[in-house]
Ligand binder design. Structure first.
Ligand code: FAD
Length: 307
């Protein structure tokens, strides 16, 4: 068995593994895809002390740093269930079971897709998911935000300070965002809100986004918006389906509940990053949370004898 088994190989998992391995304990990472969401990112400008990097480059340095500490890295394996019998058991979809004294869950999250033509083709070429990350790339341009929930309206307010104009496109005939956010958005001179609008297509010129089409659901008419960026804000889904029914408590949104040391409701199981209740989902925040969870797990190990 391992001392610490990290599930997930994104920024949170990599940081957790390095912090654990530096304690001289037997550490492994099991992940579907090393690098996580970072692998889908082009420019990164907010990873403090590195003014500019690119996702695959950062992912490669994460892997190199992890391997420098002799962490066993198992990829292309998906965790399917977790249980405890003294050791924590992580069952893989392949049928194997990994045993560890402590486990750190860092399985991240995924943005809910629009599922319209052009979205995948123009992802990172105008189709964006994170205003904190990609907002400044659209300085002085017109953008759309899809989704009128809290994250959509927050994104619109954030972007309106950087870009020329923001159009919020909401499917329903009302906005779900908090009243205070709606009021703030309406008070800004460069935000338009369109409701009852079903996004039908992302339009590009072969290399980047130039606009989008939507159906006016009251008339059935297809309308066009000329925009350089489309921020999809229709939900972030934690990759925690495999924990449902386990002793690891989740919120109703599926986020893993953690305390300030990263401990979950199951003793010996810690969690970090986008899969958890952490309020902001960013690379640097996930790394800090991974370090916290590893130190939390180490604290647990020195207080609890091996089974
Ligand atoms: P993830 O990066 O999601 O990693 C999760 C890991 O878990 C992966 O290795 C995955 O394969 C694995 N996994 C999932 N389920 C299982 C399972 N059942 N079994 C085994 N392994 C599993 N943040 C910034 O700070 N700056 C940016 O510029 C930026 N740009 C972004 C651009 C895009 C397009 C996207 C999608 C996100 C961006 N983010 C950015 C957000 C940032 O990528 C995330 O906050 C960060 O990657 C979260 O790290 P994590 O380790 O918690 O999860």
């Amino acid at each position: 068995p391992y001392d610490v088994l990290v599930v997930g190989g994104g920024p949170a998992g990599a940081a957790a593994a390095i912090y654990a391995a530096r304690k001289g304990i037997r550490t492994a990472i099991v992940a579907e895809r090393f690098g996580g969401q970072v692998m889908d990112t082009v420019g990164i400008e907010n990873f403090i002390s590195v003014p500019y990097t690119e996702g695959p480059k950062l992912a490669a340095s994460l892997e190199q740093h992890v391997k420098q500490y002799g962490v066993e890295v198992i990829t292309e394996q998906r965790a399917a269930a977790i249980s405890k019998d003294g050791y924590v058991n992580v069952e893989l979809a392949s049928g194997a079971t990994l045993k560890s004294r402590a486990v750190i869950l860092a399985t991240g999250a995924r943005w809910r897709d629009l599922n319209v033509p052009g979205e995948v083709e123009y992802r990172t070429k105008g189709v964006a998911y994170c205003p904190h990350c990609d907002g400044p790339f659209f300085k002085g341009k017109r953008v759309a935000v899809i989704g009128g929930g809290n994250s959509g309206i927050e994104a619109a307010i954030d972007l309106a300070g950087i870009v020329e104009h923001v159009t919020v496109v909401e499917f329903a005939d009302t906005l779900r965002a908090d009243e205070v956010l709606q009021k703030k958005a309406r008070s800004m001179g460069n935000i338009d809100i369109i409701m009852s609008a079903r996004t039908t297509e992302v339009i590009g010129d072969g290399s980047k986004v130039v606009g989008m089409d939507y159906e006016d659901r009251t008339t059935g008419e297809i309308k066009h918006l000329a925009v350089a960026g489309i921020f999809v804000q229709i939900g972030l889904v934690p990759n925690t389906e495999f924990l449902k029914g386990s002793e690891v408590a989740l919120t109703r949104f599926g986020e893993i509940e953690i305390d300030t040391k990263g401990a979950t409701s199951l003793p010996g199981v810690y969690a970090a990053g986008d899969a958890t209740t952490v309020p902001f989902k960013q690379i640097i925040i996930s790394m800090g949370a991974g370090a916290t969870a590893a130190l939390g797990a180490f604290d647990y190990l020195i207080r609890n004898a091996a089974p």
